[in-house]
Ligand binder design. Structure first.
Ligand code: FMN
Length: 159
């Protein structure tokens, strides 16, 4: 089963989650595509597709939205996995997930999950540091990666 993982990552958390998924599904059969560097992917080469992005100010990256909008028909024809990285948990995280991907894709997906996130202060620019301090009161790096959900996602995508 050939899998494409298509992702966008600002400070590297979504990328490391994508790498964990790649490891879980099999490195030889799973290919990573960072939408920051690549915009042409031949989806027809793959048996299943995974899309992942991260949440900033409540929103997933426009590159992710543009990607699924342009490829909607193909995505609905193949097994699909969707995920987000974000720092908030519980209902807020769930509602961010629902806002990130349209219902038609979420319903079609084999797995659709919140993978948690990290606040990596050392990778933030001046304005990002100011925002996370003001909005979330965070001034030190912290990790809330949801390892359980990453494993569940791998399991569900393997079936
Ligand atoms: C400026 C800024 C704004 C953020 N806004 C949100 C937010 O609205 N909701 C949330 O759950 N996480 C928020 N986060 C946390 C990110 O989603 C988290 O850092 C995630 O791991 C980033 O993944 P990435 O490095 O792959 O982009 C924010 C982080 C930054 C730096």
């Amino acid at each position: 089963m050939k899998t494409a993982i298509i992702y966008v990552s600002k400070h590297g958390t979504t990328e490391s989650t994508a790498l964990k998924i790649q490891k879980g599904l099999g490195e030889k059969t799973t290919q990573l595509f960072n939408l920051k560097n690549i915009n042409k992917i031949d989806l027809l080469e793959f048996d299943q597709i995974i899309i992942g992005g991260s949440i900033h100010a409540g929103m997933i990256q426009n590159r992710i939205k543009d990607f699924y909008s342009k490829n909607m028909t193909t995505l609905l024809e193949k097994p699909l996995g969707l995920f987000i990285s974000c720092f908030y948990e519980g209902e807020t995280a769930q509602s961010q997930l629902e806002k990130s991907y349209p219902e038609i894709l979420r319903k079609h997906a084999k797995s659709c999950k919140v993978m948690g996130g990290e606040m990596l202060i050392e990778k933030m620019n001046f304005f990002e540091k100011l925002i996370v301090k003001k909005v979330a009161g965070i001034s030190e790096s912290d990790s809330k990666i949801n390892h359980e959900n990453i494993q569940l996602f791998i399991n569900e995508m393997s079936n």
